[in-house]
Design a protein around this ligand. Structure first.
Ligand code: ADP
Ligand code: MG
Length: 246
């Protein structure tokens, strides 16, 4: 197995309060890994440190063995780490496929001088990304009329346009109905399997996590109390005590 991400003794202090307190873990290529834990456990803080949005107080982040601690978000992104956002970032006035075309263009070109020609070329490729998330039939609908779950799937397609090797998803299913949650995670699991991309995600719905994640980490008050497969995490007494409520 190839290790993509490794985190060592990561700490984040907010005015002396340790939101993340010595967290170490790794993510392998082709792995779908969940980071769960109660509200305020430090999940988003961890993600923000991985993406370069927050500087760790202590500890180190390695991508493909290279120390990238303290690098800027853009540098991390260039190394193949993508993320989907909790708040939707699509252009509401554009159609579904136009949003994907925009993402492909911004990935492949610095200069917009090639715009009109590239725009047409990317339509076909954009279609393939929409097929990946089962949205080809909605290609020409304006984003403003999309259902929330479809918007989330479109965001996933847009994130994939940058060909990430590691995708970070912080609460990708927040605000979705249970059936839509399962659907989005099933889709994510299919993408991990078919494309060999790695995904690290946070999620509240335990059914979703135990159904789809290859490995599960449990964070509690800034500390990792479990890291293993569903069986091991379920049977971990500390997890049962502090997280699953006995
Ligand atoms: P989670 O994503 O697991 O819900 P967060 O990482 O958002 O948790 O927050 C972890 C802890 O750090 C919480 O107690 C939160 O109040 C605190 N926290 C998060 N961001 C800040 C900040 N910018 N300043 C001070 N405290 C913060
Ligand atoms: Mg959070």
């Amino acid at each position: 197995m190839t290790e993509i991400l490794r985190v060592e003794h990561l700490k984040k202090s907010y005015d002396g309060f340790l939101a993340v307190n010595g967290v170490s873990f790794s993510v392998q290529q082709g792995e779908l890994k969940a980071l769960i834990g109660p509200n305020g456990a430090g999940k988003s803080t961890c993600f923000n440190m991985l993406m370069g949005q927050l500087k760790p107080t202590e500890g180190e982040v390695f991508l493909d063995g290279e120390n990238v601690t303290g690098k800027r978000p853009r540098d991390i992104w260039r190394r193949g780490v993508g993320r989907t956002f909790q708040i939707t970032g699509t252009y509401q006035s554009m159609t579904v496929i136009e949003n994907v075309q925009m993402a492909l263009m911004s990935h492949n070109h610095r200069l917009f001088s090639v715009w009109p020609r590239a725009w047409k070329l990317y339509r076909e490729e954009a279609f393939e990304f929409l097929e990946t998330v089962s949205m080809a039939d909605q290609a020409d609908r304006p984003c403003s009329i999309l259902a929330y779950g479809d918007l989330k799937r479109l965001e996933l397609a847009i994130a994939l346009c940058h060909r990430p090797r590691l995708l970070l998803m912080d609460e990708p299913t927040a605000g979705m109905a249970p059936s839509a949650r399962i659907e989005l995670m099933q889709l994510t699991a299919d993408i991990v399997r078919d494309q060999g991309v790695s995904v690290l995600f946070t999620e509240h719905d335990m059914d979703v996590v135990f159904a789809h994640a290859h490995h599960i980490m449990v964070l509690n008050r800034g500390e990792l109390i479990a890291d293993g497969d569903a069986e091991a995490v379920r049977n971990n007494p500390q997890v049962q005590e502090v997280y699953l409520g006995g």
